[in-house]
Design a protein around this ligand. Structure first.
Ligand SMILES: C[S@@+](CC[C@H](N)C(=O)[O-])C[C@H]1O[C@@H](n2cnc3c(N)ncnc32)[C@H](O)[C@@H]1O
Length: 290
């Protein structure tokens, strides 16, 4: 953040009111390390541009320094528009409880934006999400896309438990939502699972990050793309182009047809500046799919 004039006490108060003291942030505090880092950066900026820190800022910082909680845990609030915010309890460790799924990954923001902008594709559809993680995509679709049913799935119970808690945070009427939560492991998915779930649309975000998992993911897609009218929308973060290429090759080898969708504007979520994405529509049959 580049600031060219001293930050007055009033400006500091304004910044605190929309961040640390914001009611959402008070009720659902971000991880302690994030709050500390934010206040420390603010203090550095205030001092660098020749002002004194307000009493309020010093007090907040001292209070946070004395807080002692498990600092990998905390809430992240994603502002979607002036009215809607999605709040998720996350764990900031890259791998926690043996899973990568306890935090929101970049491609799920990208696919969530696509879903909001293309909500008509999902309206009245029965949707299965593979590798749901803690729920940003599904909660977004439930709030903005009116699906007839949304089936969250993941292999990890730790993830599914946190997901259930996140659904409750974001919906007062959580018990009446058209949702299901399934423990599904891609390698063992079979025709019986597919018949039981029978999705119109399959969604998946940031599932192509480990080349060794691609075969089982493609198996899961092929198994659940039962009808000629069903299709999958998969969003990948491109970390290693070869891994993405391998995914596409496996789709081809499994006789699945894919089409790369054109990139959409990223104007809802805040992204890591270095992230780049590719999104694919995948089906068994090019002509009739949704
Ligand atoms: C990188 S995380 C992405 C989570 C979420 N889609 C997101 O973008 O925030 C990958 C997710 O896939 C799940 N996963 C990994 N391998 C799986 C498998 N073989 N079967 C089912 N789920 C799996 C993990 O538990 C984790 O929640």
């Amino acid at each position: 953040m580049e600031v060219f004039s001293p930050l007055t006490v009033e400006t500091q108060t304004g910044i605190l009111n929309v961040t640390i003291k914001n009611p959402t942030s008070k009720k659902f505090p971000p991880p302690l390390t994030f709050r500390k880092m934010f206040l420390k950066s603010l203090i550095n900026i205030v001092e660098k541009y020749g002002s004194e820190c307000s009493d309020d800022l010093v007090e907040e910082y001292s209070r946070i320094l004395s807080e002692q909680v498990d600092d990998n845990e905390g809430y992240f609030s994603y502002k979607i528009n002036e009215v809607d915010t999605i709040t998720l309890q996350e764990n900031t460790s890259f791998v926690a409880e043996s899973t990568t799924g306890l935090q929101t990954w970049e491609a799920s923001k990208y696919l969530s934006e696509w879903c909001i902008k293309n909500h008509f594709v999902l309206e009245n559809k029965s949707i299965l999400e593979l590798g749901s993680g803690i729920g940003l995509l599904g909660i977004t679709v439930l709030k903005f896309c009116s699906p007839s049913k949304y089936m969250f799935s993941d292999k990890s119970w730790a993830v599914l438990n946190k997901l259930a808690a996140n659904i409750k945070i974001n919906f007062e009427n959580a018990d009446n939502l058209p949702i299901e939560q399934h423990q599904l492991v891609w390698t063992t998915m079979n025709d019986e699972d597919a018949q039981r779930l029978l999705p119109d649309v399959i969604l998946g975000a940031d599932l192509v990050y480990d080349a060794d998992m691609i075969e089982s993911l493609v198996h899961a897609l092929k198994t659940t793309l039962l009808n000629s009218s069903s299709c999958a929308y998969i969003a990948n973060t491109i970390r290693n182009p070869e891994t993405n290429e391998k995914f596409l090759n496996h789709l081809g080898a499994a006789d699945l047809i894919y089409e790369e969708l054109k990139t959409h504007e990223k104007d809802i979520f805040v992204y890591n500046k270095s992230s780049s994405f590719k999104m694919y529509k995948i089906s068994k049959n090019k002509i009739n799919c949704c």
